[in-house]
Design a protein. Structure first.
Length: 172
């Protein structure tokens, strides 16, 4: 049994020596292992630098895209504001036109309301404005002013703006 112990002890000692010398063993067996390991490190460093460069480029591209999107958004907002202003101007223009139409209609209604009384030959209050004289009026000059007498009323020709009208009055 002693020889088995000696052999076992020798194997164990050789095994431990092999484990202790393992890093140096790779250099002895493959002298280029260290150089290869260096190249691998260089590859890893190069890959890291390359990926850092591509990351920077990607970040720059992303920032450019964000700026472009922001500019497009601002342009769209400006277009919406311009369209809203145009709409508001169109609404204001329509309101002004409607107000003018209402004023014209009110003038026509006032003139139409006065015409039947003139046509009927009824006396009108002094200062009543009519757009046309009733039929059968007689021109009557008095004090250098020309009056028109019809249906119990005296009218004097006057202008309202650029429109000729007749106003009931009392001759002087």
């Amino acid at each position: 049994m002693k020889p088995i112990r000696k052999i076992t002890g020798a194997v164990i000692i050789l095994f431990l020596m092999g484990i202790a010398d393992l890093p140096k063993l790779s250099e002895k067996l493959v002298p280029e292992a260290q150089a290869f390991r260096g190249r691998g490190a260089a590859f890893v460093v190069g890959a890291a630098v390359g990926s850092a460069g591509s990351s920077a480029a990607a970040a720059s591209a992303s920032a450019s895209q964000q700026q472009a999107a922001s500019a497009q958004y601002q342009a769209a907002a400006a277009q919406q504001q311009a369209a809203a202003a145009q709409q508001q101007a169109a609404i204001e223009k329509e309101k002004a036109a409607a107000a003018q139409q209402q004023a014209a209609l009110a003038q026509k209604q006032a003139a139409a309301a006065q015409q039947p009384a003139v046509a009927a030959g009824q006396p009108l209050p002094l200062g009543t404005v009519v757009s046309a004289l009733p039929g059968g009026c007689v021109s009557t000059p008095s004090g250098g002013v020309n009056y028109y007498y019809c249906g119990g009323n005296f009218y004097q020709a006057m202008y309202q703006g650029s429109t000729l009208v007749y106003v009931t009055t009392k001759p002087k």
